[in-house]
Design a protein around this ligand. Sequence first.
Ligand code: HEC
Ligand code: HEC
Ligand code: HEC
Ligand code: HEC
Ligand code: HEC
Ligand code: HEC
Ligand code: HEC
Ligand code: HEC
Length: 458
Amino acid sequence: MKGKLSKLRTGLLAVTFAAAAVVGLNTTNASAALRNISKESQACLGCHKGMNPALVQQWGVSKHADAGVGCYECHRANKGDKDAFQHFGFTISTIVSPLDCGKCHPKEAKEVTQSYHADAAHFVGSLDNVLGRIVEGEALFNLGCAQCHGRTIPVKNGMPVLGPWPNEGVGRINPDGSKGNCAACHYRHSFSLKQVREPDTCGKCHQGPDHPQIEIWELSKHGIAYKAHLSEIEPTLDRAKWVLGEDYYQAPNCVTCHMGASVTGAKATHDVGARLSWTLRPPISKHKPNWQAKRAEMKKVCAACHQRAWIEGFYYQFDSLVNLYNEKFAKPAAAIMKFLRSRKLIDPTPFNEKIEWDYFLLWHHEGRRARHGAAMMAPDWTHWHGLFIVANDFYFKIIPEADAIVAKKGTRADKEAWAKFKKELFSRPEHKWFLGMPKSELRKIAEFYVKRYGETAQ
Ligand code: HEC
Ligand code: HEC
Ligand code: HEC
Ligand code: HEC
Ligand code: HEC
Ligand code: HEC
Ligand code: HEC
Ligand code: HEC
């Protein structure tokens, strides 16, 4: 091994020369730049540029290469580290965790570690976890849940074991005990700012039936304006400084609102929850701790493009929608599920009864879509993909299914209690309509259709 290494080192000058060309260092004086690269990293380059030439080229065009941060500076490890292994005379690890990046980027590492992103693998007690691991299965868990959320990475002799690895989830629990994963957003080995500011970087995870943030943004006015002006915004995306109101002004993307700095005082942050007042994920939405201050921080971003009354008006509409969902549908639906469970009319195992799937869809899919659509200005997600389906689930799935379960399995006391529950529910002003609307209202509807289409609605 030693002989091999010293032979490698004597060959370094030639390697350096060749590497400069192959690597494509983005400097006019490539060999001068390579002189910045540590001896250790030059050894890595010597082998890896032949084996993985494009990997080395990606690093070669990075700010890291310019700054003399080479392979070894990121992959180096200490002998005692769980994920360390011996590699041609060097102690390295494949995994580069927030602790490793944090040696040079402490602010970002601290904010990431504090953020919800770093906690994303902690979902073992959730219903989704039952779905992923039990209802579906372990192979799905590794390639579905864990590629977005992250998971614990077991290692053997310093190497990640087959199955869980590779993993690029945002809340990865690394062998060194750190939480989170910079590479979930910062793709190696160019670590390009242009790539990380692309909305699709967030959209890899923030999409789909239960959290369609990218779809919502794309067809909101913000997304449309962004696309329309992309050719002007694009050249700014790789700048070290990217301040709204100084470097660009045309339209906001995910990074603008959730992470970026603005000339109106919003400070750049790697804690994506720092500007959120609600959590829209659970069955019933709740305010985040210290939510007023967080909302005030988001408003600073909006203020670069909108006047105060517009922003206040937006938040009033948004809060009203969240409260409508909570009070009209989410709380009564949760109460129905509690009624059935506490009276043992459904068993404690999740997902083995149809009503459990329907309730899950109500809050986890359509209920979230309605709230997310409202948060990010997409009326179709708020209504047709959202609250419309919530209403359908509530009136035509949850209630009739509960009726059938109580009728089939309930005791007399259960039946009486259920009748009372329903009577109270349908006497509430927001649900009263279901038992029959007044004739005057019905007449208005009939007249509207005759006037507009020359025929009645039904
Ligand atoms: C003498 C040639 C040589 C040198 C020097 C070398 N490597 Fe490697 N490296 C290899 C080979 C060969 C493999 C593939 C090993 C395998 O497939 O089992 C590899 C694999 C790797 C892997 C992937 C390990 C895994 O399976 O997860 C990493 C990361 C790595 N090298 C980083 C480095 C770094 C960092 C350096 C410099 C400190 C370096 N290498 C120096 C030859 C070399
Ligand atoms: C700025 C830090 C950084 C630098 C510099 C760096 N790497 Fe990496 N490397 C990473 C990260 C992050 C990963 C992804 C591993 C993870 O998920 O933790 C990685 C993964 C790898 C892998 C395994 C994954 C694969 O795609 O096969 C290899 C091999 C590797 N690096 C080699 C190198 C070599 C060779 C160099 C020098 C040209 C280098 N790295 C420079 C951060 C770095
Ligand atoms: C040994 C120190 C060191 C380590 C380790 C390190 N970086 Fe860097 N990083 C730097 C330096 C130096 C710069 C260049 C700063 C500059 O040009 O202003 C930089 C720049 C960056 C940039 C800005 C790139 C650009 O185009 O402007 C990003 C993003 C970044 N690093 C992410 C990471 C991530 C993620 C990791 C871990 C996977 C990491 N860094 C590990 C030192 C390091
Ligand atoms: C495409 C990426 C992706 C996949 C696949 C995925 N999730 Fe998620 N998950 C997310 C995102 C993004 C959020 C946060 C959504 C939001 O804030 O609205 C989330 C939210 C959650 C939450 C709510 C967390 C909280 O704090 O309220 C749980 C629990 C969860 N997911 C578990 C799972 C499980 C288990 C699986 C696999 C069965 C899975 N997820 C599959 C991306 C994903
Ligand atoms: C959720 C995605 C995401 C994760 C995870 C993430 N970053 Fe970033 N990072 C970004 C975005 C987006 C930017 C550009 C921010 C801007 O324009 O204000 C950025 C910018 C940076 C920069 C350039 C300087 C700056 O702050 O603007 C550095 C350095 C950096 N990140 C390091 C890290 C490190 C280290 C980690 C892990 C501890 C990490 N990032 C994790 C998305 C992420
Ligand atoms: C115009 C600003 C703006 C843009 C652009 C934007 N968002 Fe949002 N986002 C918001 C607001 C406002 C909220 C709700 C804040 C609150 O709770 O007070 C929100 C909420 C969220 C949430 C929290 C959802 C939950 O379940 O609690 C996530 C996740 C999110 N956005 C992701 C994204 C992603 C990904 C993109 C890009 C595809 C994006 N956002 C684009 C303003 C924006
Ligand atoms: C690799 C997957 C992944 C990527 C990439 C990703 N996220 Fe997330 N994000 C998640 C998951 C998973 C959650 C839910 C965390 C949890 O369950 O603890 C989340 C949560 C959030 C939240 C809610 C935070 C809170 O405190 O409630 C926001 C806002 C957010 N992400 C924005 C972004 C933005 C903006 C980007 C892009 C710059 C991004 N995310 C990139 C997976 C990802
Ligand atoms: C970079 C500029 C920019 C930022 C930042 C920004 N917006 Fe906008 N916003 C726009 C543009 C452009 C439009 C479309 C204007 C029009 O309708 O003529 C728009 C439209 C809107 C609309 C109307 C949507 C519709 O469908 O008609 C609302 C509501 C809104 N923004 C709220 C916000 C809120 C709240 C924030 C902060 C969380 C915010 N905006 C941040 C530029 C921005």
